[in-house]
Design a protein around this ligand. Structure first.
Ligand code: ADP
Length: 300
């Protein structure tokens, strides 16, 4: 079953078509990344999925049910970029308040709070005031709060934005663990391409439209190119041999850059130039390259 099924979803703010007829399915248990530059429509889509925002047209089902079905709310945990936690309360108190809102009480509530704090790796600072936490700790506290009612689907809007690389990795690993360890479906948005490399499925959105959709390797395969870079001992001769074989290249001060149709093609090129090459390397196409090609280079 699909955790999320979206068909021809449209949402405009006045003249701005923030979401322009997008369709996709998020399989249950998958880790799904929504990638796109700022203003692409990612937050708008997440807000519609968690029924915070109405859509203009199109269809949206969460675990097969209408998004406005009251039971759907229990299935979803969501973390926005600017969560509204009370800074004067401790993390545990904030998470407990949220649990109460979902009708939990007594020992069930305590157990749910304990479990959510543990899953989000927030136990160490659970009794500190939210307002006193570091950025990474806040993010973990936010995630604990989103988990307290035991959702099957976790939505995260740019969970790693504004954090340093080490903290980003920590948050990322924790969220990945929730997905891989307990089978929770995760949909998150990011504008960091290298993060999307770990996802099962990536949707690239730009200007409110889906411009690419596939696994990270499919996107790399389709949109990025492996390249061979070589430093010539004899640039004139390298140029002559490449031209006579009809191999395309770019040249800058004795360094040649050759786009490869396949990684294996590098072997025959080296064969051809072995005696006149100082050094060489083959660089595999990356998801960054693919993203830049797909979105025309507007990402970071
Ligand atoms: P992203 O999350 O990918 O950065 P958003 O969904 O926030 O993109 O925004 C998509 C587009 O909709 C942008 O052009 C943005 O300026 C516009 N937009 C977002 N929220 C509003 C709003 N409340 N009112 C008017 N325009 C908005």
């Amino acid at each position: 079953m699909s955790a999320i099924s979206v068909r021809n979803l449209v949402k405009s703010y006045g003249d701005v078509r923030a979401v322009d007829s997008i369709s996709f399915d998020v399989p249950e248990g998958s880790f799904f990344a929504f990638l796109g530059p700022n203003g692409a429509g990612k937050s708008t889509t997440i807000s519609i999925i968690c029924s915070l925002l109405d859509h203009d047209s199109g269809e949206l089902k969460i675990f097969g049910r209408d998004v406005n079905d009251p039971d759907v709310k229990r299935d979803i945990g969501v973390v926005f970029q600017d969560p509204m936690m009370d800074p004067r309360l401790t993390v545990r108190e904030n998470v407990t308040v949220r649990g109460c809102l979902y009708g939990l009480h007594g020992s069930d509530l305590d157990a749910a709070v304990g479990s959510a704090l543990e899953k989000a790796d927030a136990t160490d600072f659970a009794d500190r005031h939210y307002g006193k936490l570091s950025g990474g700790q806040r993010r973990r506290a936010d995630i604990a709060r989103a988990l307290v009612h035991g959702p099957r689907l976790l939505l995260l809007d740019e969970p790693t934005s504004g954090l340093d690389p080490k903290t980003r990795k920590h948050i990322w690993d924790m969220v990945m663990g929730l997905n891989r360890g307990s089978g929770m479906t995760v949909l998150l948005t990011t504008h960091y391409m290298e993060e999307a490399a770990d996802a099962d499925d990536v949707v690239v959105i730009d200007g409110g439209r889906i411009v690419a959709h596939g696994t990270p390797s499919e996107l790399k395969e389709e949109y990025s190119t492996d390249r061979m870079t070589l430093v010539a001992k004899d640039a004139d001769e390298v140029r002559r041999r490449l031209e006579s074989e009809g191999i395309g290249f770019e040249e800058s001060r004795g360094t040649f850059s050759i786009p490869l149709r396949t990684t294996l093609e590098s072997a025959s090129i080296i064969q051809l130039l072995l005696d006149i090459v100082e050094s060489y390397e083959v660089r595999m196409g990356t998801l960054d390259d693919a993203f830049i090609r797909i979105t025309g280079g507007q990402g970071e």
